[in-house]
Design a protein around this ligand. Sequence first.
Ligand SMILES: [Zn+2]
Length: 256
Amino acid sequence: MKSSKPIVPRTIAERCVTLAAALIVLFGGLAAAAAWRAARDAPPPPASTAAGEDAPTGPLSGLTILIDPGHGGYDGGARARDSGVLEKQLNLAVSLQLEQALVSQGAEVILTRREDVDLTSTPRPSGLTKKRQDMQARIDLATANQVDMVISVHMNEYRSRSESGPQVFYREGSDGGRLLAGCIQEALITALQPARERAALPGDYFILQLDVPSVLVECGFISNAAEEKLLLTEDYQARVADAIAEGVVEFVRLGQ
Ligand SMILES: [Zn+2]
């Protein structure tokens, strides 16, 4: 069979165009490969030093702080006397505000919970109460993350409705805890101007057992009508959170 198309020899010019195209493809490929190798072998770009990006700046930079919103899940904590709102909700609201305040000062923050949950799991080791397992999980979180500080956030209550005012607790014998508690107590009084000014006190709480400065902040009494009203508002919660953060900054400044 004869081809229907006669074979026409290509001109020199046609051959050159073909060759040039082949060379472009070849060199293009080589250039791309070289670029890929250069990118692969290049050292990683330096970490950004821009403020607020990769390297946090501020008086609390370099510190990892554990915030523990008290209670949660099965454990509601105290119940606000007039509204019936559970302590666990208010603790979380203040804690999330506190996280923002501390991060804006350069701290790295870890929360034991970000929603309405407890830290128990099943099966529970025998001989351990649900509450103890919940609390131990919070301590374990602090230990695993090698935190520099622990702040547990709570709301107070008392059968007499006249009791009011924020109060901070630390572990007896812990100098760091006592100083941190004192700084936060002062900051809370200055910022909130409570009717009743309380002093920081030693307290026997499970969450205060670590060797790092640890405090338990009772933000106010939800058994007191006036204070309950305040603590239910986002504005007052933010003021409490900002005051706690200011106390932490003051504590760090004193230690420098
Ligand atoms: Zn509590």
